[in-house]
Every structure is written in structure tokens, then in C-alpha cells.
Design a protein around this ligand. Sequence first.
Ligand code: GUN
Length: 283
Amino acid sequence: MAKRIDGKKISAAMLETVAAEVTELKKEGIEPTLAVILVGEDPASQVYVRNKQRACEQVGIRSVSHILPADTTQQTLLALIDTLNRDKSVNGILCQLPLPKHLDEEQVLLAISPEKDVDAFHPVNVGRITIGNADLLPCTPAGVMEMLRYENIPVAGKHCVVLGRSNIVGKPMALLLLAANGTVTVCHSKTENIAAYTRTADILVTAVGKQNFVTADMVKPGAVVIDVSINRNAEGKLCGDADFDAVSEVASCITPVPGGVGPMTIAMLMKNTVSAARAQSKK
Ligand code: GUN
């Protein structure tokens, strides 16, 4: 029976460390501040933004929310980002994705100053992650790496298979595993015979977004399964990509959904905001 990796416990420990750093910064007269932009009324995005605000409160980071209507123009959004870029009291800027369809997401992400880009979505930060000298790390993949470190799961030399190639999870996940000396395979919607790859994975990270996509016969006995997806099943309950009970019989460790990777993403965002505040205070 696989060990259940407790993302709530690991993230709570991280948040304690971040809170202590915030206390130190405040003693130095620095108040770390995160600006959160939400455009429209997507219910999932509203929940994510609320959870991010709560985490800020918990660790003592000041959060400033900008809730904009769904018909906000590109020009208005870019003007807000420009104001926040120039505002010295703001250390981090997060624009919740997805944006309404009429907005140009790529242009929006490019507009956020790389030093305030606490999501690490700006091409400059993506480039730094690729080279391996980034200060700000992509929150979800960095949260996964933190979980592996906390659980003393070695990555070097291991075959790490990532399912999904999104800019938010799959691609940066592959880069962080590679930086940790993993041997990395990225599978995606056009990959033929995905199971042939997953069956050789020592560490399997799944970010597909389909309930029961990863079945027990796709997992090597003793593998570590990290489930990044948040799906809803027929009863409306949250679930990941893995057929949790059956995969638990085969894997050595597995992350649950909810309570796995999700809380780690938010903890990493808090950590990035503090890093950004510290870096900006030295300028
Ligand atoms: N939407 C889904 N995940 C994320 C994330 O990590 N950051 C932002 N800004 N939007 C998201």
C-alpha cells in the first residue's frame, strides 16, 4: 500500500518558514505585498484567488486584489499592470488564468515585470528556468520538487515521466526534474502508447486533467505518483488523474487530490512573493 504524501502538512511547514521570513522583513521596514488580478467570474478562478488571499493573510503578506469585469479591455488590463509594475509598494503581480477569450494572454504575461512575476510565466523567467539560474520558480512544479525533497525521494538518475506539456505545469515540471538530474520523458496528447512510457517511470507526474487517466496497470511497482490535476467526478467531488485506490496498491508513494499538490502551489507563491520583496529591497 502506497504512502500518502500529505501536501497539507508539507505546505504548512513551508508557510511557517515563510511567515518567519515575513516577520524578519517587516523588522527591516519591508512589507511584502502581492497584487492579484482576476478578470471575470470563473468560479474555479474565484476559489483559487480566495485561497491565495487567505494564504497571504496567514503568513502576513499584504494582498491587494483587483477584481475586473469579464468585459475588461486589453488596454485597461495592460494599464493596470503598468501601474502595478511602477508601484514600489507592490512586490508581486499575479494575473489569474485563464483570461476571458477576447484578451491576449501572452501579451498580458509579457507585460508583467519579470522581477514581480511571482508565477514565473514571463519569457525571461522561463528562459532563466531553462538555463537553471532562476530566482522565481513556477509554483506548481516547484511545489512538486519541494514535496519530493521533503519525502527524501531521489530524482537524480531516475526516470521521470511527465504527462502533459502545458506552459503552467508540464513544460516547467520537466525542466525542474532535469535540473535535479532526472532522466525526463514528456508525454502528451499526441504520444503513441503512453503506457509504455509510464510503466518505466520511477517518478510519474500527471497533469492531464482527466479522471482515471492513470490506471494501476500503467504504473511500475514501487513508483512515486504525483497527481497535479484537479478534476470533478460524476458526484461533483474533486479527484486527480490517477485511479487513486487501485494505483495506491502498486505505487510506493502517491499524492491525494485534494490535499496533495494543490496546497504546495500556494505555499510556493508565498515563498516567491517573499523572494521578490527581498530582491527588490536590495536594489
Ligand atoms: N491558473 C491555473 N493555475 C494558475 C497559476 O498557477 N497561476 C495563475 N496566475 N493562474 C493559474
